[in-house]
Design a binder for this molecule. Structure first.
Ligand SMILES: Cc1cc2nc3c(=O)[nH]c(=O)nc-3n(C[C@H](O)[C@H](O)[C@H](O)COP(=O)(O)OP(=O)(O)OC[C@H]3O[C@@H](n4cnc5c(N)ncnc54)[C@H](O)[C@@H]3O)c2cc1C
Length: 412
């Protein structure tokens, strides 16, 4: 039996397993083997260090009616989900009040601030340092008014030390000559970096884990078996029962059902995102470009150009609506006129989202040998190396140097 069994082989589970190995523990990682279905495979690959301001923030509520009625908007709720997801949506909007957003940013900043260093150390160990690309991201806007409309968020980021510099149309074009169309200005996001390709990073970290003696097991966990105040086994589809010594639950958007076996109720939603990935885009970008007017990000990756983003409230494991990916691909051509989107691969995957955008990183309240690490929302790729370190601190009983109370599972 391994020292720690980890459920979920996305970026959170992998980084957690690797950090536990650093402490000399043996690990077994269990995943359904559908890596491409997890958010970690298809995300936009940004190390978004300044993303400390949640999506639900002052000024968002007035935009909601327009978004709900417009299937092309960056946030769309499938009509049937309007009722089932209403309690979650109300909590999400309630978290967007000014004072709560200030607290959320305060809780997010200590995590994102160390994200780059934690990844640099991990990637150096794994021999994949070049998988973190040093080109800083830019955000492009149709007008200066669009940039200024988010003044609250810019000021809040700056207050936490995440700075940006404004770019005129000419400065933007000199950094990214291919950007044209309606884009008229932008900002350089200082310290925001990108991964060379999230799916390949995942594969390479899994290989590193195995090279250090870690075990990968393919299986779908149906149930966690407990005895008293301990988890004692996980039961897989097909009937296998695996005894566990310690358990880490890192199952992304699917974690809610698993933790209910431990009597834990967490309001976690699966906010679907899409990508359209073009192997031969016909245009060159030097860095990732965020385009809030269109609700998507353009990221040049090892395997081509990724157009990714949009948020769809569609429930757990919905059938993909690739019309959403078509929309962002068409909008991308507007700002990158030379872009060839033919032959693109389309993907849908769920952001594991808590109403307040903060992750759960915690010990299970009533089961001393279980740790929880999920709910990283739109910044899970950014936060995973740091999350892994914190989980290893929790398992070792070491102080992490951070106040972990904002990430408790019982905060709702
Ligand atoms: C379109 C899009 C763009 C994004 N862009 C960025 C970005 O630029 N930067 C950033 O920081 N973040 C980004 N994110 C968010 C980020 O991708 C996620 O927060 C992160 O990948 C979550 O990682 P995870 O390991 O928790 O979950 P996942 O990657 O979803 O992994 C969960 C794993 O658990 C497994 N699993 C679940 N249930 C079971 C079970 N019962 N038994 C066995 N295995 C199970 C699944 O198979 C899966 O492999 C984006 C997300 C999306 C959708």
């Amino acid at each position: 039996m391994s020292d720690v069994t980890i459920i979920g082989g996305g970026i959170v589970g992998l980084c957690t397993a690797l950090a536990l190995q650093d402490d000399g523990l043996s690990v077994e990682l269990v995943d359904r083997g559908l890596a491409a279905a997890g958010a970690s495979y298809g995300n936009c690959g940004l190390l978004a260090v300044g993303e400390v301001v949640p999506i639900s923030k002052p000024g968002v509520i007035p935009k909601i009616p327009k978004w709900l009625l417009d299937p092309q908007s960056p946030l769309f709720v499938r009509p049937k989900q309007m009722i089932t997801q209403l309690p979650w949506l109300l909590r999400f909007l309630w978290s967007g009040r000014r004072n709560r957003v200030l607290e959320i940013a305060e809780a997010m900043a200590p995590l994102t601030r160390r994200a780059g260093d934690d990844y640099r150390a991990l990637f150096a160990q794994a021999g994949i340092s070049d998988n973190l690309v040093p080109a800083e991201n830019i955000m492009a806007f149709n007008s200066k008014a669009d940039y200024e409309a988010d003044r609250f968020a810019w000021d809040l980021r700056r207050r936490h030390g995440f700075n940006h510099s404004f770019l005129t149309r000419e400065e933007l074009r000199s950094l990214e000559p291919a950007l044209a169309g309606p884009v008229s200005c932008g900002v350089l996001l200082e310290g925001w970096l990108q991964f060379s390709d999230p799916g390949l990073v995942q594969q390479r970290l899994a290989r590193f884990l195995v090279s250090r003696g870690g075990k990968l097991r393919r299986g779908s966990v149906q149930r966690i078996e407990t005895a008293g105040n301990k988890a004692v086994a996980i039961c897989l589809a097909g009937g296998a029962r695996i005894p566990v010594r310690r358990l880490a639950i890192c199952a992304g958007a699917w974690s809610g059902r698993l933790v209910s076996d431990l009597g834990i109720k967490v309001p976690i939603a699966a906010l679907q995102g899409y990508h359209h990935h073009v192997p031969e885009p016909g245009v060159k970008l030097n860095r990732a470009v965020l385009y809030p007017n269109g609700g998507f990000v353009l990221t040049p990756m090892e395997s081509g150009l990724r157009i990714g983003g949009t948020i769809e409230v569609a429930g757990h494991d919905p059938r993909p609506n690739f019309g959403r990916a078509d929309i962002i691909a068409r909008k991308a051509v507007d700002i990158l006129p030379g872009l060839d989107i033919t032959g693109g691969q389309q993907w849908m995957g769920p952001r594991p989202f808590m109403p307040d955008t903060l992750p759960v990183i915690d010990r299970a309240p009533n089961h001393g040998n279980v740790v929880l690490a999920f709910g990283h929302g739109q910044v899970g790729m950014t936060l995973s190396a740091t999350t892994g370190k914190i989980v290893s601190d929790l398992v070792a009983g070491r102080p992490s140097g951070l106040d972990l109370s904002p990430y408790r599972s019982t905060r709702f």
